[in-house]
Ligand binder design. Sequence first.
Ligand SMILES: [Zn+2]
Length: 321
Amino acid sequence: MKKAKVFAGIDIGGTNTAWGITDISGKIISKSSFKTRSQNDFSVFSSELSSTILKEVEKLGVELAGVGIGAPNANYYTGNIEQAANLQWEGSLPLRTLMEEKFKTKVTVTNDANAAALGEMLFGSARGMKNFIMLTLGTGVGSGIVCDGKLLYGHTGFAGELGHVIMVAGGRECGCGREGCLETYSSAVGIVRTTSQLLAEMRAESSMRKLPPSELSSRIIAQNAEKGDPVALEAFNFTAEMLAIAITNAVVFSSPEAIILSGGLARAGKLLTVPLEKHINDYIMPVFRGSFRVIPTGLPESDAAILGSAALAISETGKLD
Ligand SMILES: [Zn+2]
């Protein structure tokens, strides 16, 4: 009997590496995760990861038709991870080459935000869309831009880094080595920086003043905003305004049908989206007014990374016989 064809989706993150085996419709058949830092040698890490997945494929009695891997700073063209600041391995890591040797099937590599965008396109909120922008508002800001049904990779393979568009020349220091990038304002870390600044500048009462600075988090700020805390509400307003400016700039560039939001800060829901819609309305060029929607991710957070990487494998491997 012919074996059922499956795909492996792997997400290599700074803390955890998650993998899953899916069918072509994105149904997860098996999944697991482990600590990325468990292995200091990248080639040993790669071979342990691939052998774990291959054992599972054999156990399930299925055939692996393709592998997709999302990782920070992973380059679609070269297949390498290039100088990822939040991974423990330095330099250029030949991820695709190492994995193709082990898997003996097509391996496709991209950065985690691009994989997330493909996951939305195949299985989530962007099903049926050909033009959209995915923004992941986590510790940083990740983005994947889909134009005319294809992920935008650009000349170098690094296109679609909206987290690092400069919002304020000479603004806040960013992890990329420059200043004033979007992710220093409109991320989970950015809203904490904003709140600390507002607590120093505003005279309003706020229960957040009692907290040690190290305990301030985007979740605590959201909880306070829910209770009507004026500092927390202003922090959300400012965060949303910066995001609205970045979004309206991106809209004039690529005219998307939707902006899809995911990540920890997006979980604040209306606290973020109500001021965001207002500021978008203020900043948008009239010809684009009402031309796009801002919508939440359509994927469960626990599986989004695996589904994104599996979507990469599925979209590259094409139709199955
Ligand atoms: Zn930056």
